[in-house]
Each structure stands twice: as structure tokens, then as C-alpha cells.
Design a protein around this ligand. Structure first.
Ligand SMILES: Cc1ncc(COP(=O)(O)O)c(C=O)c1O
Length: 405
């Protein structure tokens, strides 16, 4: 654990070697096709993930969708165990959902909130979560309480602790915001939430697959993740973790016949475990692909992935600074999402100019993190996100290309 309350991989874990990175790139069909620096948007899958999806789609086409799911039942079940093991959870604490926001919403709307109670959150809050807070203000009469930053730019943990009282419905933190490079001290917030007995929901959309996560160490009650980003899974995948200590007390907002059984004309019974947050229909090809991606991350080791991404991101930050760009990143140990502007360069034009050269970046919008963008006056930015497959040659090529636009 570091002094900011987060487990750091760097002290004990070695980054991947050049040979290991070359091996991982050889297993990634797109790696030499584009310079992909948009892992925070959607990463490049491995051959194993892609083949897993294609094989299942072929099975569905050849023998029928329901029959293919029946045939693959054991492997479909195994995906839950893979994801659980990736984040230190138990199998029955994992629900499959089709995106991080659906997972987060399923958890958030199941939490009890009374009129006048507060939702404590922080500047890094993601737009979709903040929109849900505003909806909860309208629908449940709660109040949104945004805790400010400390001197590092992360959520001010001491201030958050001071704001905790018996009128808090929940604490909702975004671990890594969609832009801004920050890693919030999730475990320090977890300690406060647990001490006060307040439900704690963590948006780990950008941190799962990027950081070495352990839900027990973090102390969150709920955690939402996406498949397509740092986990390198398929688009259209996500998951929700719900701690078993509260699971059976949470009632999902719109359970279907998979999440519950219609036991009598005027009765239904919710499924035990996180299954109550799922829907019946789902892309099993995608789910199996996500399992392959989670297995790949476990095989490499998320501690080593974290250390590699950190090393690569620091190199890119150094080179961008040397080239005269402005960085907007926060925190004592920023992550693999680099946020930059260059004088006179429109971020969207830069993105399109780089794409012409086979380099993928994305654009960070103030509306995606409105609390933070208002607080710091953050403009539209270039969001350049690295992964363990990123090479130094790709970084140099990107910085050189940016300097010439
Ligand atoms: C911090 C954060 N949370 C949630 C999301 C939403 O993820 P999804 O599009 O899978 O719902 C994003 C997407 O970029 C994000 O960056």
C-alpha cells in the first residue's frame, strides 16, 4: 500500500521485458497495423480473444444459438471465475452486463436512497454517473455532494472523511477518470466507507485491466468494469461486482425472468447472488471473448501490466513535455491515460491528422468530466492512452508526428 492508500505494483513488480512485449504484440493481430494509442477508448484484442468470439459465432450459426450456449455452458460459467479471480472476488459476486455504464447503473439504482440524503462523490466523476446522480436528485430527492481535490489533484480523503455522517446514502468514486491521468485513492475511501457502514460504489471502467485491483483491499461494495478498454476484451461487454455482504439486500430496478423467478401470479423471487443484476439475453460470443481477455491479463499478471503501463506513460509524458505540449494530468502517480494540448492545435484536427498516418488517439471532452473541467478550466484535449503493448518506437513516432502537424 502506498501513502495515498493505493497498492502500487511498481515497488515489487517488474515491467514486461522487450521480448515479452514483442511476444504479446505477435499475439495481437492489429499491433503492427496501427499505432494504437486509444486503449482508454477500446483496446486491440489478442488473437485468442478474437478466435474465441469467432468460434462461438460459428457454433451459433451451425447448430443454433441456444444449442451453442448449452454446448459452451462450462466455458461460459468459467468466465465468471476468471473475472472474479482478476479482481479478488468470488464467483457469485460477478454479474455480466453489456457495458460499464449498464453495470454501474444496475448497482447504483439498487442502493437505498432517502430524500435529503447525500451522495458523496468527487471531481473525477464520469458524465454518465453524474447524470444518474442528477436523475436521483429528481427521482429520489437526494443531494449531490462533490468533495474537492487535495494538493495532488486526487480526491481529498481527509475532507471526504469530514463530510461523512448519518445522512450519507452512498459514496460513488471514479477510480480512473476518462481523461486527466488521475488514479483516485480508492482503498483510502473504502476504509472510510467501511468504518461508517456506507455503501461504496467504484467506477473501475478505466482501472480494470490497467491496475492491480483487489476488491477486498479496496473495500468497495460494488465495482463496475468494461471489457473493451484495458482488459482488451470485446466491445459490448462489462461486469458488475457486488460484495456478498450486501448482495442479497439489494433489489435491482428492473429484474427480468433470468434475474428472478415468477413464482405465483402476484409473486416473484430474486435470484441469489449477482445474477439478479443480469438480463436473460446476452452475446455469449462476446462474453467468452471477455473470458479469454481476462485469462490473458491474469497470465501476464496485473501487477506487471500496471508497472509496464506506468513506465510507458512516463516516457510519453516526458517526450510530450519536451516537445512543448501542455499536460493536464493529475495525481502523484498518473496512469496510462495522457491528456495534452498544444498551442493552436485543435484536438479533433490532431486526431484526424494522426489517423491519416495510422496513429489512433482520441479527444477528451469537458462534458465527460464536467466537475473537473469546470474546477480546473480544462479545455478539449488530446487523449493519448498507452498499454503494455505500446513500444518506445510508437511513442517517438507519435510525438514526432504531433510536432509536425
Ligand atoms: C471512467 C469511465 N466510466 C465509465 C465509462 C463508460 O463505459 P461504457 O461505455 O462501457 O459504459 C467510461 C467510458 O469511457 C469511463 O471512462
Amino acid at each position: 500500500m502506498n501513502e495515498h492508500g493505493r497498492k502500487t505494483a511498481s515497488s515489487t513488480s517488474l515491467p514486461l521485458t522487450t521480448a515479452e512485449i514483442a511476444h504479446q504484440r505477435a499475439n495481437t493481430p492489429g499491433a503492427d497495423n496501427v499505432v494504437h494509442l486509444n486503449h482508454a477508448g477500446s483496446s486491440l484484442p489478442t488473437r485468442a480473444t478474437l478466435d474465441t468470439q469467432i468460434d462461438h459465432l460459428q457454433s451459433e450459426a451451425m447448430i443454433g444459438g441456444y444449442e451453442a450456449a448449452h454446448k459452451a455452458a462450462g466455458r461460459i460459467e468459467q468466465v465468471y471465475a476468471s473475472i472474479a479471480s482478476l479482481i479478488g472476488a468470488k464467483r457469485n459476486e460477478i454479474a455480466r452486463l453489456e457495458q460499464a455504464t449498464a453495470a454501474w447503473n444496475a448497482g447504483f439504482w439498487s442502493l437505498p436512497m432517502q430524500p435529503g440524503q447525500r451522495i458523496i462523490t468527487a471531481n473525477a466523476a464520469y458524465a454518465s454517473n453524474a447524470i444518474a446522480f442528477l436523475r436521483a436528485v429528481e427521482r429520489r430527492g437526494v443531494v449531490v455532494d462533490v468533495v474537492g481535490d487535495d494538493e495532488h489533484g486526487q480526491v481529498d480523503v481527509a475532507e471526504l472523511a469530514r463530510r461523512v455522517d448519518s445522512d450519507v446514502a452512498l459514496i460513488a468514486l471514479t477510480h480512473i477518470p476518462t481523461n486527466g491521468g488521475l488514479v483516485n485513492p480508492a482503498a483510502a475511501v473504502g476504509a472510510i466507507a467501511n468504518e461508517a457502514g456506507i455503501p461504496y460504489i467504484l467506477d473501475a471502467c478505466q482501472s480494470v485491466g490497467q491496475l492491480d485491483l483487489d476488491v477486498v483491499e479496496i473495500g468497495c461494495d460494488l465495482l463496475s468494469g468494461a471489457g473493451r478498454k484495458y482488459l482488451r476484451g470485446p466491445r459490448g461487454t462489462g461486469f458488475l461486482y457486488v460484495n456478498e455482504r450486501i448482495l442479497d439486500r439489494l433489489i435491482p430496478d428492473h429484474p427480468d425472468l433470468h434475474a428472478a423467478t415468477w413464482t405465483a401470479p402476484s409473486e416473484y423471487m430474486l435470484e441469489p447472488g449477482a445474477k439478479r443484476f443480469e438480463s436473460w439475453e446476452f452475446s455469449y460470443a462476446n462474453w467468452l471473448g471477455l473470458g479469454a481477455a481476462a485469462d490473458q491479463a491474469r497470465a501476464i499478471g496485473t501487477d506487471r501490466i500496471e508497472a509496464t503501463i506506468y513506465e510507458r506513460s512516463e516516457s510519453l509524458r516526458r517526450q510530450l513535455c519536451s516537445a512543448g505540449l501542455t499536460l493536464w494530468d493529475l495525481g502523484p502517480r498518473p496512469c496510462g491515460i495522457i491528456t495534452a494540448t498544444a498551442d493552436g492545435l485543435d484536438p479533433t484536427e490532431a486526431k484526424m491528422a494522426l489517423r491519416q498516418q495510422g496513429i489512433n488517439i482520441s479527444v477528451g471532452l469537458p462534458s465527460s468530466t464536467r466537475f473537473d473541467s469546470v474546477n480546473r478550466d480544462v479545455p478539449e484535449t488530446m487523449r493519448i492512452s498507452v498499454h503494455y503493448t505500446t513500444t518506445e518506437a510508437e511513442i517517438s513516432r507519435t510525438v514526432a508526428a504531433l510536432s509536425e502537424i
